[in-house]
Write a protein that binds this ligand. Structure first.
Ligand code: F6P
Length: 543
């Protein structure tokens, strides 16, 4: 394993520390005033996405030193190792090859003498054939009816990507098809998703990389009972399919091998929406639409793999995150899509960023020496403006934002779209440049209100504008985030592809579940023991 460089020991890190003093003493107003070419120089166009980085709290010196930091920590070498198929997920000893999922038809990626792109193509082919059959009506339910509602059962990466894509690609979805999602082990989730559905027209996709995840297995049994109660045991074969890497467990559940779509351990759950986990997406938008989405992913992959560091958008975005957390004290990253159709993007990115980079040890097992991944949160604009934007404009915390918009309207209501885009652009302007006390007073505000109505500005944002929201641009956008996450992890020297941090809670929940329905075992601390006892007492009233 190549040892991780401690980024804080590099000369670039020291230079950035000095840069931070200079940046704290200046303003975005001054940076723009001193450089009329700033906006143009800091705007990048990649794969149908225009990214304006100019409203970030950086100058040329900062960018230069961030790029030095990327070089000193070996970001490019690590990227190349990923694309080659090296086992860069060291704690699990796995390759990291989600990029192989979107190699164009006819391409190849030979790893240890085996063409993984050919495996991917074969699965895509069978997904495509199944999709065509369902959409044409060649594949029908047991009563002979067409299957028109897809219920995806899965959680984490087996849910967030497909759900986000279903909403984002609403306009690319065939008429008459729709999807619902069950993730939480809360029975209310299944109840809500199944409410009003006709089992005879429902296709259930059980999505789970491991096919052992407690929530998904519990929900799969609930839904199987719902189907078989209405349609008999024969319903499973026509109404349930599985997506997994675990053929044995799928068979044990009772789903036929011919109704299983596979993928591989080199695809992490949060990097899997373009694998067979995207079966519900393909059913909605068709195999051609899915191919367009993969092409969007691939276009961004090629940019990430080949563009020089100083023009490499994912690398620049990743480095900006490091700048804000390492040098300007930011704790979080706000992602605000100005598009209801992209409303699930923040939730999707929470897993992508926080499960990947929420780590406290380096890939060689030493404690990290700087803060790692930011807390990611967000809501669609303009909803957020009428809620938490107060803090963003006048609060005491620095919250860098990604503001995301789509140029082409996503509804027939074009006047609303003008308003939506006006809000997006105006927010970025207001956050960056604010309104000084002098300007407020000059506008006639009474002097006792001036302090309250002053906007300090200097609040950084990155503006991401998609030409349109299509399968292609969604793929490119998601790949952009995947690779900026990669960049951050590479600089910090962490393993962005494991997720050991979710394990302890799972193990303890299994033990506690036994105690809730069985007898006390423990030992637990007094607080945990009291919560168990309280639940057991409550349960005695209804069990
Ligand atoms: O618990 C975390 C996790 O392992 C995620 O990484 C993953 O996306 C999710 O659970 C679901 O896992 P699976 O697809 O195996 O059901």
């Amino acid at each position: 394993m190549d040892p991780a460089v401690d980024p804080t020991t590099t000369s670039a890190w020291a230079a950035l520390g000095a840069d931070a003093e200079r940046i704290r003493a200046t303003t975005l107003r001054a940076l723009f005033a001193n450089d009329p070419g700033r906006a143009e120089a800091m705007t990048y166009e990649v794969a149908g996405i225009c990214a304006d980085l100019s409203k970030n709290l950086v100058d040329d010196g900062v960018i230069e030193h961030l790029l030095d930091l990327a070089r000193a920590t070996g970001v490019e070498a690590r990227r190349d190792a990923m694309f080659r198929g090296d086992r860069i997920n060291t704690s699990e000893d796995r390759r990291v090859l989600h990029i192989a999922l979107r190699i164009p038809p006819g391409g190849s990626l030979v790893v240890d003498g085996h063409d993984v792109a050919a495996d991917v193509a074969a699965v895509l082919e069978s997904m495509g054939d199944f999709t065509d059959a369902v959409r044409s009506g060649a594949w029908r339910g047991v009563t002979g009816e067409r299957l028109t509602t897809i219920v995806n059962i899965g959680i984490g990466g087996s849910f967030l990507g497909p759900k986000m894509a279903a909403e984002a690609l609403r306009r690319s979805t065939a008429a008459g098809l729709s999807a619902r999602f069950i993730a939480n082990v809360d029975g209310a989730d299944a109840e809500r998703a199944l409410s009003g559905l006709d089992p005879a027209t429902t296709l259930v996709v059980v999505s789970s990389k491991t096919f052992t995840t407690l929530e998904t297995m519990a929900n799969a049994h609930v839904v199987r009972d719902w189907l078989t109660d209405a349609l008999g045991e024969g319903a499973v074969a026509r109404h349930m399919v599985a997506v997994s890497t675990n053929a044995e467990a799928v068979a044990a559940f009772g789903i036929d091998a011919g109704s299983m779509f596979g993928f591989w351990d080199f695809v992490g759950g949060r990097y899997s929406m373009d694998s067979a986990i995207g079966l519900s997406t393909m059913l909605l938008i068709g195999r051609e639409g899915f191919a367009d989405m993969l092409a969007g992913f691939h276009a961004m992959d090629r940019h990430f793999a080949t563009a020089p560091l100083e023009e490499n958008l994912p690398i620049l975005l990743g480095l900006l995150r490091i700048w804000y957390s390492g040098f300007l004290g930011a704790q979080s990253l706000g992602v605000m899509p100005y598009s209801s159709d992209l409303g699930e993007l923040p939730a999707y990115l929470q897993q992508l960023e926080m499960e990947s980079n929420g780590k406290g040890v380096t890939r060689d097992g030493r404690p990290v020496s700087a803060d790692t991944g930011p807390i990611v949160w967000g809501e669609p604009g303009t909803d957020g403006q009428h809620s938490f934007y107060q803090l963003l404009h006048q609060g005491t915390r620095l919250v860098p934002l990604d503001l995301i918009g789509v140029l082409a309207p996503l509804s027939e209501h074009h006047a609303s779209h003008d308003q939506l885009m006006a809000n997006l652009i105006a927010q970025a302007e207001a956050l960056a440049f604010g309104r000084s006390a002098e300007e407020v007073a000059a506008a006639g505000v009474p002097s006792h209100q001036v302090a309250f109505r002053t906007f300090p500005g200097n609040r950084p944002s990155t503006l991401l504008l998609l030409d349109e929201l299509t399968p292609f641009s969604l793929g490119a956008l998601v790949a952009l985030y995947e690779h900026e996450v990669f960049t951050q992890g590479a600089v910090w020297g962490i393993d962005s592809f494991d997720q050991w941090g979710v394990e302890l809670g799972k193990a303890l929940a299994t033990a506690v579940a036994d105690e809730l329905v069985g007898g006390p075992r423990g030992p637990h601390d007094a607080s945990t023991a009291a919560a168990i006892a309280r639940y057991r007492a409550a349960r005695a009233r209804w069990a």
